[in-house]
Design a protein around this ligand. Structure first.
Ligand SMILES: NC(=O)c1ccc[n+]([C@@H]2O[C@H](COP(=O)([O-])OP(=O)(O)OC[C@H]3O[C@@H](n4cnc5c(N)ncnc54)[C@H](OP(=O)(O)O)[C@@H]3O)[C@@H](O)[C@H]2O)c1
Length: 246
């Protein structure tokens, strides 16, 4: 697949995030890019066709489907960057509603987006979901997120069975990424705790064998590969910099 010729939908495009980085790369070569987020304002990316939609509900997904059909008729590639841990909480402080919210943002949205693929993609289409190393690593403060991302791995493997041979579905699984949102959270943590930002950064990358802070642009190559290779479906590409999982 030559990505320059394709109609591409990127969901979850926030300023300074993983979705924005791949959008900037692809929109340099391609005019057929569509983007969404939960609260997309027209000022955010004024030159790109954009839409605000909640992808955790069937109602939202139906609106999205209509928008895609009206704007471009069909898409060839879906890059889904919706997600997030929403907050760090001790497992015993996690309410049922918070647990369900994290699952719906990270997993239900991916399920609903994958399920409409045959209606919005021709033969040869490809889906790339952004997973997370949290899918493989137990955490006492981000447990719902890890559960959701582990579920996403299972979803990708299962959906591949029913979407093949027409549509491929794969995942890219990064370790901690220094997005704009994370940079702001680290700055706040440094102020709140008095721990220098350098120390907080080192703590984040301590489990990585390749010892550098991953930024959103680093993922572009792997996302593009997952979207274009004809050789793979139902697989997760690891972008964890050799992170060691306990
Ligand atoms: N950053 C990391 O360290 C890291 C590591 C591994 C995996 N990931 C995964 O990579 C993906 C992108 O992460 P990021 O850090 O770039 O995230 P981000 O900057 O927080 O962006 C998340 C996007 O998801 C959208 N969104 C949230 N809830 C939604 C909903 N109900 N319906 C539709 N859209 C919704 C947000 O919309 P608004 O902008 O309108 O709020 C935003 O555009 C996520 O799946 C995340 O779990 C991130």
């Amino acid at each position: 697949m030559i990505i320059e010729d394709k109609k591409i939908l990127i969901t979850g495009v926030a300023i300074g995030g993983i979705g924005e980085a791949i959008m900037r790369k692809l929109s340099n070569q391609n005019n057929n890019i569509l983007i969404t987020s939960l609260n997309m304002s027209n000022e955010r990316f004024p030159n790109i066709k954009n839409f605000s939609v909640d992808c955790t509900s069937e109602e939202g997904i139906n609106k999205l489907k209509k928008w895609i059909l009206t704007e471009v008729g069909a898409i060839d590639v879906l890059i889904n960057a919706i997600g997030g841990s929403l907050a760090s909480k001790n497992i015993f402080k996690v309410s049922a509603s918070f647990f369900n919210r994290v699952l719906s943002v990270n997993l239900t949205s991916a399920f609903l987006l994958s399920r409409i693929a045959p209606e919005i993609m021709p033969e040869g289409g490809a889906i790339v979901h952004i997973v997370s190393s949290s899918a493989y690593e137990p955490s006492i403060t981000k447990m719902p997120y890890g559960v959701a991302k582990a579920g996403l791995v299972y979803l990708i493997r299962s959906m591949a069975q029913v979407l093949a041979p027409k549509i491929r579905i794969n995942g890219v699984s990064p370790t901690y990424v220094f997005t704009k949102r994370h940079e702001e959270e680290l700055k706040k943590e440094a102020i709140d705790t008095g721990i220098p930002i350098e120390e907080l950064t080192s703590k984040q990358i301590a489990k990585q064998l390749l010892n550098y802070p991953l930024v959103p642009e680093d993922l572009n190559e792997m996302i593009e590969f997952a979207a274009t290779t004809k050789l793979m479906t139902g697989k997760i590409l690891d972008a964890s910099l050799g992170r060691i999982f306990y």
